[in-house]
Design a protein around this ligand. Sequence first.
Ligand code: BGC
Length: 348
Amino acid sequence: MQAEHAGLLDSGEPVQRLVLEAAGLRVAVLTYGGILERLEVPDRAGRMDNVVLGLGSLAAYSRVSPYFGAIVGRYANRIAGGRFTLDGREHRLACNNGPNSLHGGNRGFDKHVWHVDDGDRRQVQLSRISPDGEEGYPGTLQVSVRYALEADRTLRISYRAETDRPTVLNLSNHSYWNLSGEGSGTALDHELEIAADRFCPVDSTAIPTGELRPVEGTPFDFRRPTRIGARLRAADPQLLVGRGYDHNWALRDPVTPGPRLAARLRDPASGRVLEVLTDQPGLQFYSGNFLDGSLVGPGGRTYRQGDGLALETQHFPDSPNHPHFPSTVLRPGETFRSSTLLRFSAPG
Ligand code: BGC
């Protein structure tokens, strides 16, 4: 692993950039937020391009980033009213998204410098200790994330966590994809397939109502590859809430344990295909609705609505307040382990 100095935060803390190269992929990860800063992938002609959105400076990452490439936690996605009850005790979280808590609160895992545990040319492991009470969450959490390049142009992201008191946990990587290359314009012409028969409708503050609604006959049906933009302007009340897609899909139950295909994204222009595999029960597909031309990527181009899209493997949003959703509780003595695989190809 090649490690270089990436700069200093306002606090004076140094940040490192860790570069991995193997399996036909090139990756740069920042110790700040565990951010996947660059991911270079060949197109059908073998041309390498960076397919994740990012920002040109550390200052921008710490001040204005909409979680570009970051590890989000302790609870990725929203918790209603910033409160939940666990074992009869109510916990209050920082609310940073209207009335709700989003992606861990004011200073989530995306806004801390992670420790580098070990690494080589193909992989790196980052870790941090999230103290008891951080952003309102109970329990000291020891958490690690490993980025590893594997055969078949695959980047595996593995998570591990342990706690000393019962807590709730939801970890994800918040990369925004544009398979034509960051800064190349819209990603709404990509085709998307999601391995899910149901999704979670949300209320006006983007919190799941608790219903698992069949996708059949709705703009949320991605069971067959469909151009993202095809139904984005449909006057569906669910598309109006988040100004586009910003929902959790309930992935089909695994046939065997371990990661299974959650989503397949294909860019007809470059021929690049991204397959997302995970052992998590949900996938948040966010169509980059709030990109408004105010952020400038590393290539010097601005990002506008739909110029990148996130496919966040995760537990369902607000699970601590929905007992019928898969549980996100982690207890002392248990080890949370999860993997998401990002597999690239360019069949033409
Ligand atoms: C959320 C969006 C939010 C975005 C960036 C996504 O995971 O679902 O509502 O705007 O993150 O902050």
